[in-house]
Design a protein around this ligand. Structure first.
Ligand code: A2P
Length: 337
């Protein structure tokens, strides 16, 4: 069954849903059927997949009886309602929302970091981590293996794709309005995002940190099995289409060395160095956009903190930060079938 699973995408018409479809197609995922689910508004819409036209269906409680793997990307409320129903119907859910990430019976998986965790899913739900967390850990995990990670101090520069199609549309509309001398309309973000940066992503908690910032802490601890890991971070929305960037200071147990740090990336799939400051080589969000690789640059010994490296990492939020990571988890399940 899992060798050629029957697959469904929940939220198939959204920004991540469209990319899930594209990853399944480009990676030749060995599925035997594909069901596209979205809201009633999209039912009947035709979508191309492997040269055929598929019809989008309305998501209902009965959608999962003939599905082996369901990739969910329709927001937390839909996941909270439908993922347990799908799981109980015997379907394995790979959920892109934050709804189950801290559930101790739900593994939180980055295939390059903790692939084994994917095989212990008592609720038939596997959580796909937060996009900024995935991209940051792709850079820090190989260093952790060598030096032992203690503390992360980070600032993120997050693209509007992280807010789904609404975020992308809002940025485009505001840029168009401003360049044409028209008034700016604000709906998705609390303030104007065009030609601006917003130091708030998701809601504030009573710690003064936003929920997005606390995901870096809680999810980093769970994925790397480091319950004592310390993380402090500021997450910032920037007027970039779809790749996130993270500026990171990482402090380690052991003494660090820049050349040894660079060497750590040689055996880390999915990450490449772009680090030649003398020739202006450092990664930008555009370098990772529409690609599967996260790029790391500006690796240097931190001047302020002992045993610490300072670095910059970029990754496509819609791909490695969401759809690609989810499809890689599905590939893990198929590999053990
Ligand atoms: P629809 O296009 O029919 O609204 P994004 O993150 O880009 O905003 O996409 C959200 C995805 O979640 C879309 O595919 C959207 O479908 C889907 N979605 C939103 N509400 C529901 C719902 N009530 N039932 C099923 N899918 C939903």
């Amino acid at each position: 069954m899992m060798t050629n699973p029957r697959v469904a995408i929940v939220g198939a018409t959204g920004a991540v849903g469209v990319e899930l479809l594209s990853c399944l197609e480009s990676r030749n995922f060995p599925l035997s059927s594909l069901k596209l689910l979205a809201s009633k508004r999209s039912a009947g819409k035709q979508v191309a997949f492997r040269g055929e036209m598929l019809t989008v269906e309305e998501l209902t409680k009965d959608s999962f009886s003939d599905v082996d793997i369901a990739l969910f990307s329709a927001g937390g409320d839909i996941s909270r309602e439908y993922a347990p129903i799908a799981g109980e119907a015997g379907c394995v859910v790979i959920d892109n929302s934050s709804a189950f990430r801290q559930d101790e019976n739900v593994p939180l998986v980055v295939p390059e970091i903790n692939p084994e965790a994917a095989f212990n899913h008592p609720r038939n739900i596997i959580a796909n981590p937060n996009c900024t967390t995935i991209i940051t850990l792709m850079a820090l995990y190989p260093l952790h293996r060598r030096f032992g990670l203690k503390t992360i101090i980070a600032s993120s520069y997050q693209a509007v794709s992280g807010s789904g199609q609404h975020g992308i549309t809002e940025l485009e509309n505001q840029v168009r309005a401003i360049t044409n001398g028209h008034p700016v309309e604000i709906s998705t973000y609390p303030r104007q995002i065009a030609f601006n940066v917003l130091p708030q992503i998701d809601k504030f908690t009573d710690t003064g940190y936003t929920k997005e910032e606390l995901k870096m802490l809680n999810e980093g601890r769970k994925i790397m099995e480091l319950p004592e890991l310390k993380v402090t971070c500021t997450c910032v929305r920037v007027p970039v289409y779809r790749s996130h960037s993270i500026s990171c200071v990482a402090q380690f147990e052991q003494d660090v060395d820049v050349e040894a740090a660079r060497a750590c990336f040689a055996d880390m799939p999915g990450v490449a160095l772009m680090d030649d400051p003398d020739n202006n080589v450092w990664p930008t969000p555009l370098d990772s956009t529409n690609g599967d690789t996260c790029y790391v640059g500006r690796i240097r010994k931190d001047l302020a903190i002992d045993n610490a490296l300072n670095l910059w990492v970029v990754g496509d939020q819609v791909r490695k930060g969401a759809a690609l990571n989810a499809v890689q988890i599905a590939e893990l399940l198929v590999s053990r079938a």
